[in-house]
Ligand binder design. Structure first.
Ligand code: PHE
Length: 444
């Protein structure tokens, strides 16, 4: 069998993982979730979820991946627990579904890059969204986005994924900083910042039940946890660097990029009418921002840059979602990586087609993943690492790091108790919302 690839350097791994983490979740959904859920109040709960639940969960995926050194399904068996492989398989399934609709949104982004150049959305942002979000244009965009993703993954772990993220992530960072700088000059900047940054603890207290599930879901999603992605990426480490240090860097950079996106989006929204109406579902974000670009001086250029950032961020995430099934099929069944990438990418493209029919299918896919599959995956992973493979996990976390025994045992107990409880609450609230959505015909 061919030698398994590994990242060329520690920085290569960190770039790839940051690339996976930084995506539509940070730049598109984070600011708008924040807008929809009371601004700074949501921000506080979200940050707590990222650092208190997300970071320890990232270590959970890392220890499985680096210990197993196989694709996310086979890694469980390699560690000695073959009967837990289905956990990796569940993450793989979520990756397929998620990429199928993520790519549809990626296709919208492509249309908005074109629209920024041609000015097509300036006059009527709502109508433009309607014309690109479903139907032939949406299918075309979806296919182009999938082709780009397939091309990178087919080229391999180091030549494809590592090389692409090393260009895209610095690009995202530099351009976002530039836009945030420009945004300070807008009329609505001060108002935007204050909505974004002054938490009203009363709002948190009285809306706790409705803020927690989206904040937790967003925290896992933005860190790419529960999809077997971080298991796959850490399986290419091939070296003993400190997992907590690498994970810490990834979480911090990912959070900074999301926060930075808020510094771009809120001033823009408040310069052109405020945050109301910006939080009502996947399309409103595009309509609200495009509407703003259409009315701001040099809005076309700003829009072009913004949507280019979004495209880079989305691609550096979509490749990680495709890598999960590709690594499994090529490794477990011996097919060539490039052939597998095309076949799997084609399958995913097909699954995504219904999401181009209208936003309700897309919403259903999204909610299925956020409210059901993702929390179940994280729960299983935490139980596996906390209670089943605990000795292996502790040993693996300690390898190459200087964190010491008290850190590792605190982590273990956290993973055993706190993470599952938090996830069970999220799962309960999520399933309730999903089933009432299904019953009330909100999707179909
Ligand atoms: N983290 C990515 C984002 O924020 C999405 C993603 C989820 C990527 C799961 C891979 C796995 O957009």
């Amino acid at each position: 069998m061919a030698q398994r690839e590994t990242w060329t350097s520690r920085i290569g791994f960190i770039f790839a993982a940051v690339g996976s983490a930084v995506g539509l979740g940070n730049i598109w959904s984070f600011p708008f979730q924040t807008a929809a859920n009371g601004g700074a109040a949501f921000l506080v709960v979200y940050l707590a979820a990222v650092f208190l639940i997300g970071f320890p969960t990232m270590m959970v995926e890392f220890v499985i991946g680096r210990r197993g050194e196989q694709n996310p399904v086979a890694s469980f068996g390699k560690i000695g627990y073959n009967n837990w492989s289905f956990t990796g398989g569940l993450g793989l399934f979520s990756s397929l579904i998620t990429l199928s609709f993520y790519s549809v949104v990626g296709g919208w982004v492509l249309s908005y890059i074109v629209g920024s150049a041609t000015g097509a959305y300036f006059a009527d942002a709502g109508a433009y969204f309607g014309s690109v979000a479903s139907g032939p244009t949406a299918i075309g965009g979806h296919l182009v986005f999938m082709l780009l993703t397939i091309g990178i993954v087919a080229s391999g772990v180091t030549d494809g994924i590592e090389r692409a993220t090393k260009v895209m992530i610095p690009g995202v960072l530099v351009l976002l900083v530039a836009l945030a700088g420009w945004a300070t000059t807008l009329d609505g900047a001060t108002e935007g910042y204050s909505y974004y940054l002054s938490p009203d603890f009363g709002v948190i207290a009285s809306n706790f039940g409705s803020i927690v599930p989206p904040a937790m879901g967003q925290a896992f999603f933005t860190l790419s946890l529960g999809f077997s992605v971080m298991i796959a990426y850490s399986s290419y480490l091939g070296r003993d660097d400190s997992l907590p240090a690498d994970g810490g860097a990834i979480v911090v950079v990912n959070t900074l990029i999301a926060l930075l996106a808020g510094f771009v989006v809120f001033p823009i929204l408040f310069a052109t009418g405020g945050a109301e109406g910006a939080g009502g579902g996947p399309g409103t974000a595009f309509v609200a921002l495009a509407g703003a670009f259409g009315s701001l001086p040099a809005g076309g250029i700003i829009g072009f840059v913004f949507f280019a950032i979004l495209l880079f961020a989305a691609l550096s995430s979509s490749i990680s979602l495709l890598e999960v099934p590709v690594s499994y099929v090529s490794e477990n069944h011996g097919y060539k990586r490039s052939t597998t990438a095309v076949a799997m990418g084609g399958l995913i493209a097909l699954i995504g087609v219904p999401a181009t029919f209208g936003t309700s299918w897309l919403g259903f896919y999204n909610d299925l993943v956020f409210k059901l599959l993702l929390p179940i995956s994280v729960l299983l992973l935490a139980v596996f690492v906390g209670w089943v493979a605990d000795r292996e996990a502790i040993d693996e976390l300690g390898r190459g790091s200087s964190v010491g025994d008290s850190f590792t045992s605190a982590w273990l107990w956290w993973v055993r108790l706190v993470v599952p409880v938090a996830v069970i609450v999220t799962l309960y609230l999520g399933v309730k919302a999903l089933s009432s959505g299904l019953a009330s015909g909100a999707y179909f």
